[in-house]
Design a protein around this ligand. Structure first.
Ligand SMILES: CC(C)(COP(=O)(O)OP(=O)(O)OC[C@H]1O[C@@H](n2cnc3c(N)ncnc32)[C@H](O)[C@@H]1OP(=O)(O)O)[C@@H](O)C(=O)NCCC(=O)NCCS
Length: 199
C-alpha cells in the first residue's frame, strides 16, 4: 500500500467519522458501543475538520483515507467557536441522559453538553491534537509522519506549544507519544496529559 498525507477535503468527512469510530475504544473498534455511529466523530472529529481545516491532515493508503491528525491552534478560542458554531444544534439532537448511565455513548453525549472546555492545567500549551490510524496503517511510521506535518504547521502559525490527552488504558498510544518526543505534563485518574514546546 502506498501512503500519502494531504490536507483535509470536505469529501473526507464521512471517512474521518468512520476512522474515529473504528479506533475510539482506547485505540480499538468502538462500533459495538454506539447506537449512533456518528456520535464520537461529532465531538472528536468534525468540529476540528470544519472549524480548523488547515490543521486537519488525512493519511491515505492507495488513495483511500485510513488515518488523520487534527486539532486546534488555540484551545480557548476553539472552545468559544464550538460553543457558537458547533454544539448548540447537537445539544438539541442529543439531549442529556436522565439516568446516571455511564456507558461510553452516554459519556460522549455529556461531553457534547460540556463542549471542548480547555483544561487549565494545560494553559501554557495552547494547541491540542487528536490522531487516529486504522489498524492497516499502524506501525509503519505514518503516525510519526503525521505528527511531524502537524507540528510543522503549528510552527508556521507561530504556536508556542501543543498538548494532548490519552487514556491510560491505551498503553500503545502512551508509548507512541513518548517515542515521538512528547513529555508527560500531568497524570489524572484515567488519563495522561502530554505536551511539547515548539520554540
Ligand atoms: C497510536 C498511533 C497514532 C501510533 O501511530 P503509528 O503509525 O502506529 O506509530 P509509528 O509507526 O509512527 O511509531 C512511531 C514510534 O512509536 C512507537 N509505537 C507506536 N505504536 C506503539 C505501540 N503500540 N507500542 C509501543 N510503541 C509504539 C513505534 O515503535 C515507533 O518508535 P520508533 O520510531 O522510535 O521506533 C496509531 O497506532 C493509532 O492511531 N492507534 C489507534 C488510535 C489511537 O490509539 N489513537 C490515539 C488516541 S489518544
Amino acid at each position: 500500500m502506498s501512503f500519502t498525507i494531504r490536507p483535509f477535503h470536505l469529501c473526507d468527512l464521512s471517512s474521518l467519522y468512520r476512522i474515529c469510530l473504528l479506533t475510539g475504544n482506547s485505540g480499538n473498534d468502538a462500533s459495538h458501543l454506539f447506537s449512533d455511529p456518528d456520535l464520537l466523530g461529532q465531538f472528536y472529529v468534525a468540529p476540528y475538520a470544519v472549524l480548523e481545516p488547515e490543521l486537519c491532515f488525512v493519511l491515505t493508503g492507495s488513495g483511500i483515507p485510513c488515518g488523520y491528525i487534527l486539532g486546534a491552534s488555540d484551545s480557548e478560542k476553539f472552545y468559544h467557536l464550538c460553543e457558537t458554531e458547533w454544539f448548540p444544534l447537537l445539544r438539541e439532537r442529543y439531549p442529556l441522559p436522565q439516568t446516571n448511565d455511564n456507558s461510553l455513548e452516554q459519556r460522549i453525549v455529556r461531553l457534547i453538553h460540556v463542549g471542548h472546555k480547555p483544561n487549565v492545567d494545560l494553559n501554557s500549551y495552547p494547541a491540542h491534537l487528536h490522531i487516529d490510524l486504522l489498524p492497516e496503517a499502524q506501525g509503519k511510521g505514518m503516525g510519526r509522519k503525521l505528527i511531524e506535518v502537524f507540528i510543522n504547521k503549528l510552527i508556521e502559525l507561530k504556536v508556542p506549544a501543543v498538548h494532548l490527552q490519552v487514556g491510560k488504558k491505551n498503553t500503545g498510544a502512551v508509548q507512541f507519544y513518548e517515542r515521538v518526543g512528547f513529555q508527560r505534563i500531568k497524570e489524572y485518574e484515567y488519563a495522561i496529559a502530554f505536551g511539547m514546546m515548539l520554540k
